[in-house]
Write a protein that binds this ligand. Structure first.
Ligand code: AP5
Ligand code: MG
Length: 196
């Protein structure tokens, strides 16, 4: 399996690039944000609880997202691999992902982080908020999402760095340019890192 963690701050292009990568490598795209938004849309108990947290730009509790991920792993265990988009977002989630994949004799292949400065993130997300409107795409919540990312999520990159699985990619440019940079990293990484 090829299991890629696509990492980066809110608005860095994780969702955009994950769709393209999933298509190219025939992987299952798992976005915890999309899964949560579908719970919100269906007004489930979990969705009602999650909505308040998401609208504030805070993180939903680890056990909730880990539960959702485990369900997805079980459903798609016969596939070629996964793109994790927006997960793991805490070191605890990263540890739990490792354990869950081990149950299938699998592991995270690599973590690719999209580097984009705050001004550009704000610009992209404010624009999306005006055009299509996700309820968390307003300036105040966007800033808090970025703060939460810096405080609680960045440590996940150190976790993968220690395992020599972290790669950073410049996330500024056209969608195609960034996609090419990511593909180059995936293919280089696969060549030099044989399974343990
Ligand atoms: P989530 O849905 O994951 O949102 P996010 O991380 O805030 O990021 P976005 O989805 O807004 O951005 P993205 O990086 O996917 O970029 P995109 O491709 O869309 O999480 C939402 C909330 O759910 C969290 O705040 C939290 O509450 C909860 N949650 C989710 N996962 C969780 C977890 N694991 N643990 C706990 N809580 C969790 O692009 C952004 C915009 O930019 C788009 O309009 C796009 O068209 C545009 N764009 C893309 N690429 C480019 C480019 N190269 N140039 C210009 N514009 C571009
Ligand atoms: Mg996204």
């Amino acid at each position: 399996m090829l299991n890629i963690v696509l990492f980066g701050p809110p608005g860095s292009g994780k969702g955009t690039q994950a769709v393209k990568l999933a298509k190219k490598y025939n992987l299952v795209h798992i976005s915890t944000g999309d899964l949560l938004r579908s719970e919100v849309a269906n007004q489930t108990k979990l969705g009602l609880e999650a909505k308040k947290i998401m609208d504030a730009g805070e993180l939903v509790p680890d056990e909730i997202v880990i539960g959702m991920i485990k369900k997805q792993l079980e459903e798609h265990k016969a596939g070629k691999g996964f793109i994790f988009d927006g997960f793991p977002r805490t070191v605890e989630q990263a540890r739990e992902l490792r354990k869950a994949l081990t149950d299938y004799d699998e592991r995270v292949t690599m973590e690719i982080s999209l580097d984009v400065p705050r001004e550009e993130l704000l610009k992209r997300l404010v624009k999306r908020g005006e055009e299509s409107g996700r309820s968390d795409d307003n300036e105040e919540t966007i800033n808090n999402r970025i703060d939460v990312y810096e405080r609680q999520t960045i440590p996940v990159t150190y976790y993968y760095e220690k395992m020599h699985k972290h790669v950073a990619v410049d996330g500024i440019g056209t969608i195609e340019q960034i996609f090419k940079r990511i593909v180059k990293e995936v293919e280089g990484f696969e060549k030099y890192h044989q399974p343990e």
